[in-house]
Design a protein around this ligand. Structure first.
Ligand code: SF4
Ligand code: MG
Length: 308
């Protein structure tokens, strides 16, 4: 078996009223080591929940995530690290950069105490942060630099996989390109695997090998990124590529009663996409399509494939 990561998830999240919400369900995929897997879909589709489960921050109530390693190698603790849109939104902005990056390696004894300063400096250099800034505080940095610090912080625990959730979405386009280049450089240097979650299809196309398209907590299509984006199979993928704003405009003109993506609390029966799908068949209202192979390496969950 190839080293990599397999996920077979039927995740449940509890709402405040303890009613189970299937934020993600029946999701199954495998990522090969060194691969960049993009995840796209409108906000609320479950891609962040999926990312958090893969990172180990949320525990799926059903299903599992398995990580297979090279023969003889043991899976490392902290092997999967999450990179958020704003790495400092939940951290004390008055921590010095050197402490932010060095804390986890110190606590988890990733390097001997005597080497910690050198190690922290190395992480800063690898991520393009001037080591002379080590004593500065997070709030003194720009968004792009803060993201570099966030990446250095994640890298410092020697992860095998980074889960990036909208990690470049808040940045200016030029800074975005620099951070994407950093991700790619680190992939080569550290043989990292990525789950790259973004609503930005251009960014996902640029750096992913394969892509998962999610709709209302399920994967509706997957495959090599260029293939999926150039020849989408699923009507939802087509709509996403044509442009979500355009889909929204059209809906406002033709279907003013339809809301946005239906709530996961009350998903439509059958194919979850049927209320918005221009190709819906009668059976789409009652029968949920299964994600299945439509070509080598390509999967889609749409009844139209039965008619081809
Ligand atoms: Fe549209 Fe039916 Fe395919 Fe769902 S299964 S995407 S409703 S055609
Ligand atoms: Mg999100």
């Amino acid at each position: 078996q190839q080293p990599g990561l397999g996920a077979l998830l039927a995740g449940l999240r509890l709402s405040p009223r303890a009613r189970p919400v299937h934020a993600v369900s029946d999701v199954s995929f495998t990522i090969q080591r060194g691969e960049v897997m993009g995840v796209v879909g409108e906000s609320g589709c479950g891609k962040s929940t999926l990312g958090r489960m893969v990172a180990g921050l949320l525990t799926p109530t059903q299903g599992q995530i398995t990580q297979t390693t090279a023969p003889g190698a043991k899976p490392r603790p902290l092997a999967r690290q999450m990179i958020f849109q704003d790495p400092f939104s939940s951290l004390n902005p008055r921590h010095r950069v050197v402490d932010l990056i060095g804390e986890a390696p110190r606590v988890h004894r990733i390097v001997p105490a005597a080497q910690l300063d050198d190690y922290t400096t190395e992480m800063m250099e690898r991520c393009g942060i001037d080591p002379s800034y080590a004593g500065r505080f997070a709030h003194q940095f720009s968004g792009g630099q803060r993201q570099r610090i966030g990446i250095a912080r994640a890298l410092a625990v020697r992860p095998e996989m980074l889960i990036a959730d909208e990690a470049v979405s808040a940045l200016d386009v030029s800074v975005q390109a620099q951070i994407i280049n950093l991700f790619m450089q680190l992939r080569d240097e550290y043989a990292l695997t990525y789950l790259f979650i973004s609503h930005d299809l251009g960014v996902v196309r640029h750096l992913s090998d394969r892509v998962l398209v999610m709709y209302l907590g399920r994967i509706v299509e997957s495959g090599p990124v260029a293939d999926v984006f150039d020849r989408p199979n699923h009507p939802y993928t087509s709509a996403l590529i044509e442009g979500v704003p355009r889909l929204d405009r059209r809906r406002q003109v033709y279907q003013p009663i339809q809301g946005d993506m239906p709530s996961p609390l009350d998903p439509p029966k059958g194919c979850h996409f049927h209320p918005r799908c221009p190709h819906a068949l009668p059976r789409c209202r009652t029968e949920a399509p299964r994600l299945r192979d439509i070509a080598p390496g390509r999967q889609s969950a749409c009844h139209l494939n039965d008619q081809k």
